[in-house]
Design a binder for this molecule. Structure first.
Ligand SMILES: Nc1nc(=O)c2c([nH]1)NC[C@@H]1CN(c3ccc(C(=O)N[C@@H](CCC(=O)O)C(=O)O)cc3)C=[N+]21
Length: 297
């Protein structure tokens, strides 16, 4: 194994420490405590675990955490009424509606009901448009976390060839926008891409975000390239247990890559750290205060 391991878990801890420092100052100098509301509809066990860990880290950095757990059969009108209430609540600076929603709820409609200034996921159509035109916006947490790790590792990304595998609204598309914003030459590959191995072999930066366990093997990776693995897939480990793997085959990719993020302990913890960073940013903007440096795109 030759690749440098990019330790997302450790990086995330430094981001959270920075956020905590800013929060302490906001409280002391301005009497403001940033607040994050998380809305969970239904009882999906994985979502419950994730929401709990977000709530814990929110409190750890000194913010207020408001958790709203609704029944799986909650009506669209009820959910929209809650979002309205959170939109007008001055103690709430960030709102996250956990996805996916139960099938009877229209995700686009619900997300677009959030006040864009409080949309700490960056999924509202206004934020998508602002990001696409290079204007100040709320940036989706996972791509923001990937960008922070890439900037930290490389300094400048200018002129690098980046291939993003996956075209989701949550990761692939915003990731491509951010890389373009940092002057990469960006290719978005997906399930219909011809000669995917050859496309990936051109890349100085590979961001894999497809949700297919270990689909990228080491022989697709250009020697020395940086591999950012967004996938978090739970697979059978044999012995009746499960384990987490990424979208990249870690051992073979690590042999040829220059740097690689592990799963777990890579992109996942950075996603949560960036959610807190976005909540801080939203709070500063709402109060007309200077934004923290190094925590936004
Ligand atoms: N509106 C919305 N925003 C989201 O950001 C969002 C969402 N809905 N729905 C669910 C997904 C999933 N997600 C994760 C974030 C961190 C880890 C994470 O930290 N994972 C650990 C491992 C955790 C474990 O051991 O299971 C790691 O990768 O090291 C995982 C999953 C955010 N999501």
């Amino acid at each position: 194994m030759s690749a440098t391991v990019i330790d997302g878990k450790a990086f995330a801890a430094t981001v959270r420490a920075k956020v905590a420092g800013h929060v302490a100052r906001l409280k002391e100098e301005n009497g403001i405590t940033p607040g994050l509301a998380v809305v969970l509809v239904g009882q999906d066990p994985a979502s419950q675990v994730y929401v709990r860990s977000k709530g814990k880290m929110t409190v750890e950095v000194g913010m207020n955490s408001y958790e709203h757990k609704l029944e799986a059969d909650t009506s669209e009108a009820e959910l929209l009424a809650l979002i309205d209430k959170l939109n007008s609540d001055p103690a709430v600076h960030g709102i996250l509606v956990q996805l996916p929603l139960p099938k009877h709820l229209d995700e686009d409609l619900v997300i677009n009901a959030i006040d864009p200034a409080k949309d700490v996921d960056g999924f509202h159509i206004s934020n998508v448009g602002l990001l696409g035109t290079g204007q100040k916006s709320m940036v989706p947490c996972t791509p923001l976390g990937c960008l922070m790790m890439l900037r930290d590792h490389h300094g400048s990304l200018s002129g690098m060839d980046a291939v993003v595998i996956g075209r989701s609204n949550i990761v692939g598309k915003p990731m491509a926008q951010l890389l373009l914003g940092d002057s990469c030459t960006v290719t978005i590959a997906h399930s219909r891409t011809k000669d995917l191995p050859d496309v990936v072999r051109r890349a100085d930066i590979v961001v894999a975000a497809v949700g297919r366990p270990e689909m990228v093997p080491g022989d697709w990776i250009k020697p020395g390239a940086t591999v950012i693995d967004v996938g978090i897939n739970r697979v059978d480990a044999g012995d009746g247990k499960t384990r987490l793997v990424g979208d990249c085959h870690y051992d073979s990719c690590a042999e040829v890559a220059g740097a690689i993020t592990p799963v777990p302990g890579g992109v996942g913890p950075m996603t949560i750290a960036c959610l807190l960073a976005n909540t801080l940013t939203a709070c500063c903007r709402a109060n007309g205060l200077a934004e923290p440096e190094g925590l936004t795109a």
